[in-house]
Design a protein around this ligand. Structure first.
Ligand SMILES: Nc1ncnc2c1ncn2[C@@H]1O[C@H](COP(=O)(O)OP(=O)(O)OP(=O)(O)O)[C@@H](O)[C@H]1O
Length: 130
């Protein structure tokens, strides 16, 4: 809705790459605005990046850290997208399928976060111990 209003209620296809990119950035900023968990994800990601610099982790470890951070962020953006479509389709009325869709989307985020925590534990616990 916000994006459509800014773009004079555009519903036709984007005309060029930068228009597509601007809408994609609008989408990510929208998630940042409406999802409290997303702000927490960004905060935790910054902490993890600072710890990674402090311990001077290897290139291979950086790859896993970047993979983990982006996985959680991507999952949050996908979750918000699914929630928005569900609200639109269900019109904010209770529906069992709306619950399944939202709960499974939330499960996707939780599984991704679990993976990130496990990867983080494998990389950082040995460094914390030594
Ligand atoms: N239209 C609906 N019909 C049935 N259940 C719903 C509906 N909308 C929300 N729910 C239930 O309420 C929960 C919270 O929904 P909401 O849209 O507020 O997600 P949220 O709090 O933003 O979730 P998350 O923390 O995963 O981002 C859903 O996981 C679902 O179980």
């Amino acid at each position: 809705m916000t994006m459509a209003l800014k773009d004079k209620k555009q519903i036709q296809k984007n005309r060029h790459f930068f228009q597509s990119l601007r809408h994609a950035i609008d989408g990510i900023l929208h998630v940042l605005k409406v999802e409290r968990n997303f702000k927490i994800d960004i905060f935790v990601s910054i902490i993890v990046i600072l710890i990674s610099f402090y311990y001077q982790i290897s290139s291979a470890e950086w790859l896993w850290v970047v993979f983990s951070i982006f996985s959680v962020i991507i999952a949050e953006v996908a979750n918000t997208s699914i929630e928005t479509v569900v609200d639109l389709a269900a019109d904010f009325k209770y529906h069992d399928y709306a619950k399944y869709a939202k709960d499974t989307a939330a499960g996707f985020v939780v599984l991704t976060a679990m993976m990130a925590v496990i990867i983080g534990a494998i990389i950082f616990i040995p460094k914390f111990i030594n």
